[in-house]
Design a protein around this ligand. Sequence first.
Ligand code: NDP
Length: 329
Amino acid sequence: MTYLPASTRYDSMTYRRCGRSGLLLPAVSLGLWYNFGGVDSIENGRDMIHRAFDLGITHFDLANNYGPPPGSAEETFGRILAQDLAPYRDELVISSKAGYLMWPGPYGEWGSRKYLVASLDQSLERMGLDYVDIFYSHRPDPNTPLEETMGALDFIVRSGRALYAGISTYSPEQTRQAAGILRSLGTPCLIHQPRYNMFDRWIEDGLLNALADEGIGCIAFSPLDQGILTDKYLRDIPDGSRAEKLSGRFNWGDTVSAARVATVRQLNKLAQARGQSMAQMAIAWVLRHSQMTSALIGASKVRQIEEAVPALDNLTFSEMELAQIESLL
Ligand code: NDP
């Protein structure tokens, strides 16, 4: 059946300006790291993307390696785009990245111009796009001069393959340097994509200040700590959850630790007192910074997206609530 987006899609979403740029992003964006790969149900992926767009989520975040297998999330997204969303391309902000291993040999990862340009060309082909809106250097490369990586981003924008340039997981110092190089080349750094949530607060130690100084926007990935900052693990590790599927990888056993779950249990009571679910409070908490453009969530089900967006109805925290959260963390 032909997909028709909801006519109400712009009625309730909040859009925030990305740094000192002209681009507005939805305060909640959807990432396709998991659940959109070749191993996953395309119908479920399609339902999630439709629902997201119906709720005003205009920004979809991808990377060359999302899947599994690597590349397949871009293929899935390309199929959904071609079938349903092509008429709405100008209402969408689509991002991709390169930095992690994609193909064998010396040109298949990190930050050389050779790799970044080839990888983006492959991403465009997989998604059936002429250009992405944002292209990121996915991680800093200690062995490639920053001038080369930033020069590649500048070339990518000038060649029309991307409209804006971004960086991900760069330290405060690397961010200031990257921003300076990009500015001197005439392609400003639009956005930084760091990991940020109640259990991982590294960006408070210098990065947010750097972004404010440089006029760069910020989009926080894993605001729910991959699902731990929801009510999902309060009793056990449910079948089909990310922790159950990935047990053994990423130290999941440690991540969903008894201590962490005990903290989430306390945080959950605070969320309820605010009239929010745990997931909603975790998203609101990330968005409390003025530099924070968007919270970049993941989802395995439509209802998780439906739960995330109303977080925007209560973004204000009293001093007391913040102090209580602080004491629990
Ligand atoms: P989240 O922290 O939002 O975790 C999402 C997962 O949490 C879902 O897949 C789901 O897992 C669970 N979840 C979500 N909502 C709920 C809910 N209401 N109740 C219960 N469980 C819920 O984000 P991700 O870690 O998925 O990262 C988001 C995006 O960030 C990625 O898709 C990617 O685009 C980007 N990213 C960028 C990186 C980078 O290096 N730049 C690295 C990692 C991610 P379940 O399967 O258990 O249902």
